[in-house]
Design a protein around this ligand. Structure first.
Ligand code: URA
Length: 192
């Protein structure tokens, strides 16, 4: 039978595929427009996300909202998900085995959404979705075609909170993203 968002959410809801489920308060499935042409993928939930069950609702999320606003986007126009759906302890990088265990959920989200553009937020998402040896410092803002989709990576908002010197480069990357959206899926900007 064809997959659906409802089916996927039900399948994912009680996931116990890796040890991260043991300490979670909430699984963080994803949020946004289920018909979006643009998908943003972060790394994994932090403390606030774990408590609230929604991606990017802590300080990094506030900055992400500002970044979206800079290019005339908001959460109603995009979909936001993470590589892993449960918070890694003390916000450590998700282990490869945890990413692998969780991969089916994002794979099915991508298949249902069928986005034209995927934006990786940070190194972990870029290594999982673009190339295993992706170097965020050298390759942020560059565009790759992966399975027919235009993909790029920018610095993770948490990195931009820690290191203000990365912000001008990220502003350029955001401008590049707006250009690509206008070229590939102008309908994103068509209705206001
Ligand atoms: N950082 C992420 O990568 N994802 C979130 O949902 C929150 C913070």
């Amino acid at each position: 039978m064809a997959d659906s968002w409802q089916q996927l959410k039900a399948d994912c809801a009680g996931c116990t595929r890796c040890a991260l489920h043991e300490q979670r308060h909430n699984l963080v499935f994803g949020v946004g427009n289920e018909h979006a042409r643009v998908l943003l993928v972060g790394e994994g939930p932090g403390e606030q996300e774990d408590l609230q069950g929604e991606p990017f609702v802590g300080p990094a999320g506030k900055l992400l909202d500002d970044m979206l606003e800079m290019i005339d986007l908001d959460r109603t126009k995009v979909y936001i998900a993470n590589i892993v759906k449960c918070r890694p302890p003390r916000n450590r990088d998700p282990l490869f085995v945890e990413q692998e265990s969780c991969a089916e959920w994002l794979r099915r989200q991508i298949a249902l959404l069928d986005p034209a553009i995927i934006i990786c937020l940070g190194r972990i998402a870029a290594m999982a979705l673009i190339r295993e040896n992706f170097r965020i410092t050298r390759e942020h803002g560059a565009w790759y075609t992966i399975n027919g989709r235009a993909c790029t990576a920018i610095y993770h908002p948490s990195a931009l909170l820690r290191d203000l010197s990365k912000r001008p480069e990220t502003f350029e990357d955001l401008r590049g993203i707006r250009q690509q959206i206008r070229a590939i899926c102008p309908e994103v900007y068509a209705n206001g």
